[in-house]
Design a protein around this ligand. Structure first.
Ligand SMILES: CC[C@H](C(=O)O)C(=O)SCCNC(=O)CCNC(=O)[C@H](O)C(C)(C)COP(=O)(O)OP(=O)(O)OC[C@H]1O[C@@H](n2cnc3c(N)ncnc32)[C@H](O)[C@@H]1OP(=O)(O)O
Ligand SMILES: [Co+2]
Length: 135
């Protein structure tokens, strides 16, 4: 079912400062901030060539990562994103195996323009898992 690692997401209290760390201290290529109001975050991508780091900061009132930053004020690794060929087939198989799909279970379009879903961390080794359909 899962394929390549699409990205590792890091929630950060200060997006510009985090981008500067990756750009200036670590010499990486970073994108411009990309607001994603439908997901309650602003993201900046760090392109590593073989995968990406997704820097995340809350956007709006009900950001799903606000609580995480409250509990981890310096920030931290928030989720991993694996690629799948068919996100509906993956979702249905996982639900059939008792895994919890977050939200209403319907994929939303993520920051790369592809359908994404999230799986409950408690079902996957304490790690929030995002699935992204990549053709
Ligand atoms: C623009 C899209 C972009 C993309 O890649 O395309 C994105 O990735 S958007 C990313 C932001 N969106 C999401 O994260 C959506 C899915 N996340 C959620 O629905 C929530 O974050 C949720 C339900 C995982 C946690 O919400 P919250 O923290 O408010 O709930 P709790 O405090 O009750 O936590 C429950 C339980 O889970 C543990 N937890 C919470 N967050 C994480 C995490 N990131 N990794 C691992 N574990 C996590 C938390 O500690 C609680 O555990 P407990 O033992 O019960 O205390
Ligand atoms: Co993500």
């Amino acid at each position: 079912m899962i394929g390549r690692l699409n990205h590792v997401a890091i929630a950060v209290p200060d997006l510009e400062a985090a981008a500067a760390t990756y750009r200036d201290t670590l010499g990486a290529k970073v994108s411009a901030p990309q607001p994603e109001p439908d997901h309650g975050v602003t993201v900046i991508f760090v392109d590593l060539g073989n995968t990406k780091i997704e820097l995340l900061h809350p956007l709006g009132e009900n950001s799903p990562i606000a609580n995480y930053l409250k509990n981890n004020p310096s920030g931290g690794m928030h989720h991993v994103c694996y690629e799948v060929d068919d996100i509906i087939a993956a979702r249905d198989q996982l639900k059939g195996e008792g895994a919890r799909v977050l939200g209403d279970g319907e994929p939303k379009i993520g920051a790369h323009g592809n359908p994404v879903l999230f799986l409950h961390p408690k079902d996957f080794c304490g790690t929030l898992v995002e699935l992204e359909q990549v053709a």
